[in-house]
Design a protein around this ligand. Sequence first.
Ligand code: FES
Length: 577
Amino acid sequence: MSDKKKFRSSEWYSSKTHKRDTFVHRGWMRNQGHPSHLFDGRPVIGICNTWSELTPCNGHFREIAESVRRGVYEAGGFPLEFPVFSASESNLRPTAMLFRNLASMDVEEAIRGNPIDGVVLLMGCDKTTPSLLMGAASVDIPTIGVSGGPMLNGHHKGETIGSGTGLWQLDADLSAGKINEEDFVEAEISMSRSKGNCMTMGTASTMGSMVEALGMALPHNAAIPAVDARRYSLAHMSGKRIVEMVKENLIMSKVVSKSSFENAIKVNGAIGGSTNAVIHLAAVAGRLEIDLSLNDWERCGNDIPTLVNLQPSGSYLMEDFYYAGGVPAVIKKLLDKNLLDKNALTVNGKTIEENNKNAECWNTDVIKDFESPLVHSGGIKILKGNIAPDGAILKPSAASPELMSHKGKAVVFESIEEFHDKIDDPNLDVDENSILVLKNCGPKGYPGMAEVGNMRLPKKILKKGIRDMIRISDARMSGTAFGTVILHTSPEAAVKGPLAAVQNGDLIEVDVENGKLHLDVTDEIISERLSVYQPILPDIKGGYQKMYIDHVMQADKGADLDFLVGKRGSEVKRHSH
Ligand code: FES
């Protein structure tokens, strides 16, 4: 048997025994003008594209796909681009997260059902990265990631403004009467002035960095700006590399191991990455049948200093980060401190150490040294207590140091609608020492666990010049947001987790250093309150959303659908024509 015959696409295109099927598979493909030699058993490479005009962060992905295609052809492969569900963070309602799992099913079945030997995942806007990784992991063929890259830095009226982070600030300024509506609207295009995803260290850039840290992409995947020629060069090289990966049978589960995830958790701490990485990495690990829990975040991420001085934790933006050395420079600093598993494999067949040992940092104000980090103990903090028996999370680098140990009275909102109705009520019994509590915004409650956990402060508090208060919810928050925001409280209120028992005026104690989140109410009272609690459940009429509600797991498990966890392989029954 020649080398070429071993690839799975041969089942479709080179069968000697099912000639009629082969005619159908090849013949119909040839209506696109492909010459017959492309079906000679060479690796067929799927370019899994989340391009969509409704996902503006991925709007340039047809161009990226062209560069991948050139690389595939150069290496002797046969590239075929295919579309999958594209979840836009900025457009999709009720929340893009509701559709991450749906998109992952599309990806999984599209890869498995088609004559694809290796796949290039084109990922950008927040959910497009985890959904593609999840779907590909469940099939487990040779896979390489290519992110679309961040937008150029935003500039507005002499100021640098970052995606999302700048919006939260402008919104607070508008609410406080510091700017008018004209200024607000004008800032739109100043903020989003080129192709690409959010250029703060939000979820998209965090997940691009996670792809790189997991070893699933070539070095510099995360930070090269979307419009920089080097982004297209990286895409070309990834196309070239995936053909070799197919020949080496370097499948995803051979690249990504438990220690790759541990490396990624540490890199997330060092970059001041998004809280959403916690939920997405858990879901990807689940697909690969790797056990990854909040305890791993505590064990691996707790003492990692945040080195990267990017918004929302710091000052700079992704363009600056790339020029300063990007993720390779961060990995190098972690390697120098023996904090990573240096032998973790990556898609180019080299270890993470081999890839990054010569990386350089060109600007220590953007990527700081261990000796003078942005935040000494960065990472993601895991909080547990009688409100959150299965955990809640907080990002210290985006929080206010003076609120990390605090006791305050709860101001409770049973739903996001109640929050919007009451937050600016002048009679709301709230002051800056209060703790805002939002319920029923978890995976089942919203549904889809929207990014509403960074609740806007009441106008009367903002007018005092206060910019942060403790907020607790079962929701997520945008990776571009900041504040002392406790998220992902599990189990959620909609399944009668103890968060549901919190009432107005209850005292809540937050002690981030000791990982404590405590409601100052006895266990008996909590049980009594829960026994009569009526969760506010969404009005779902059926369809995918019904399936989601019935099967979604809690945040600490990655909020995947229970029946999607695990690998299901690439084997598919022959289709006979
Ligand atoms: Fe797409 Fe931020 S909205 S990356």
